[in-house]
Ligand binder design. Structure first.
Ligand code: DX5
Ligand code: ZN
Length: 248
């Protein structure tokens, strides 16, 4: 838990021919972070942007950058994003693991990290650079897969859609994962930020906040709205209200 709920608009749903315009416009609504989806066409089927873009954003805007790495070679490429100025870097626990496609959906899922030392090394590298270290899990990956790393990170990113594309429907099972992570973290005496990503809108934001989410990523619900500023305000207001009710 880190104060009032944070909102991170996902640039994936912004107009790629007018990114500067869209980020400048949304900055008026006071986003807490900008969520940047890095996809390599291997870990997920889609392909997006790289460190050059992150660096350019950092230079131009004064909004903390939340970089979500959906890539295969995390160990090799992680430093690119640290050097580019990411404030928060999230890696996937399934990255670099050769695993069968998840039966429940189309993203990779695992029961346990194949190379736990590599995951720890990446999280430590991010922290050593003075940035927040996040670890993400896909919809088919159980919470036990990230448990061994909860003392090594600042944030857990729960994917509430199969990663790769914006505009998908929220997977409701993700709410139970937020609860589970909270319980496991408490038993370990840690308090990671809980971020949720995928299918967040005004309604699902309420649910996520009730289940302890601290940070909401929203792409389509913000940049796909007729009035993105109003959409961000509405999502934040709904989530903050829900958060205050759940903590009563
Ligand atoms: C999906 C990305 C998300 C995506 C969310 O792989 O990680 O950040 O942009 O988009 P919406 O909010 O449209 O589901
Ligand atoms: Zn994302």
């Amino acid at each position: 838990m880190f104060g009032p709920i944070k909102i991170a608009p996902s640039l994936l749903s912004a107009d790629f021919l007018n990114l500067e315009r869209d980020v400048a416009a949304i900055s008026a609504a006071g986003p807490d972070y900008l969520h940047i989806d890095v996809m390599d066409g291997h870990f997920v089927p889609n392909l997006t942007i790289g460190p050059v873009f992150v660096k350019a954003l950092k230079r131009r805007f004064d909004i903390p950058l939340d970089v979500h790495l959906m890539i295969e070679n995390t160990a090799e490429q992680l430093d690119w994003y640290i050097d580019a100025g990411a404030d928060l870097v999230t890696v996937h626990v399934e990255s670099g693991v050769v695993a069968p496609a998840c039966k429940q959906g189309n993203s990779r899922c695992i029961q346990a990290a194949e190379d736990p030392e590599a995951v720890v090394e990446q999280l430590r590298r991010i922290r050593a650079a003075g940035r927040m270290a996040g670890l993400s899990l896909n919809p088919g990956t159980p919470v036990c897969a990230i448990e061994p790393f909860l003392t090594e990170l600042d944030l857990v990113l729960v994917m509430s859609v199969h990663p790769g594309f914006g505009g998908q429907s929220f997977i409701a099972d993700s709410l139970a994962k937020l609860d589970q992570i909270t319980i496991v973290a408490q038993t370990l005496g840690v308090d990671p930020v809980l971020e949720i990503d995928g299918g967040i809108n005004q309604q699902t934001a309420v649910e996520a906040a009730l289940h302890g989410a601290d940070m909401l990523v929203a792409g389509n619900a913000i940049f796909g709205a007729a009035d993105p500023l109003q959409a961000l305000h509405d999502i934040r207001a709904a989530a903050v209200l829900s958060q205050s009710r759940s903590s009563r």
